[in-house]
Design a protein around this ligand. Structure first.
Ligand SMILES: [Zn+2]
Length: 177
């Protein structure tokens, strides 16, 4: 009888997870860090020391998502309206995870960033927060005109139709299965 080897996880880590001390946690598996995250860390308190700590860790891989994965994430972020809240680097975090997942890896994003969690949830990519328990519902954002009721999935400050102020609304949807 053979004992099935437990599949190692691939963790994708963002700046909030680093900031909240993920490096001192015992994660079994490779840790992927989008390159842009290292730039974010550089600007953080104790940033240089953190980067040195990362550099000596053999299981941390600094990477760049491929274009196809990034484009897909960008597209999905447009659909949920998360795009208004997400930086390019936030989307890179999700894109690296998406790419790994599509190559049949067991992936988990480690982030305390709510907007990244929301998009990951929507795309069916597992994630875990350090301080947060994570969300059980997907929030889809839309913008609604206070004048004529025109709805937009994209962030708008004033209405196409009548020029009135647009108000952001959060719609709760159950997790996709
Ligand atoms: Zn309007």
């Amino acid at each position: 009888m053979t004992v099935e080897k437990k599949k190692e996880k691939a963790f994708v880590i963002d700046a909030s997870a680093i900031f909240n001390g993920i490096l001192s946690h015992n994660l079994h598996g490779k840790k992927y860090l989008p390159q842009c995250v290292t730039y974010e860390i550089e600007g953080m308190h104790r940033g240089e020391a953190l980067l040195e700590e990362i550099a000596v860790k053999k299981d941390v891989i600094v990477t760049i998502p491929d274009k196809t994965a990034f484009t897909e994430v960008n597209h999905q972020a447009n659909e949920t309206g998360d795009i208004a809240e997400l930086s390019e680097c936030d989307m890179s975090v999700v894109a690296v995870a998406f790419e790994l997942q599509s190559k049949n890896n067991l992936v988990e994003i480690i982030t305390d960033d709510y907007d990244i969690q929301n998009l990951a949830n929507y795309m069916g990519i597992p994630y875990k927060g350090i301080y947060w328990k994570g969300i059980t519902q997907i929030h889809v954002y839309s913008w609604v005109c206070t004048g004529c009721g025109f709805k937009s999935k994209k962030q708008m400050n004033s209405c196409f139709e009548c020029g009135s102020t647009m108000k952001k609304k959060v719609q709760r949807k159950k997790k996709r299965s």
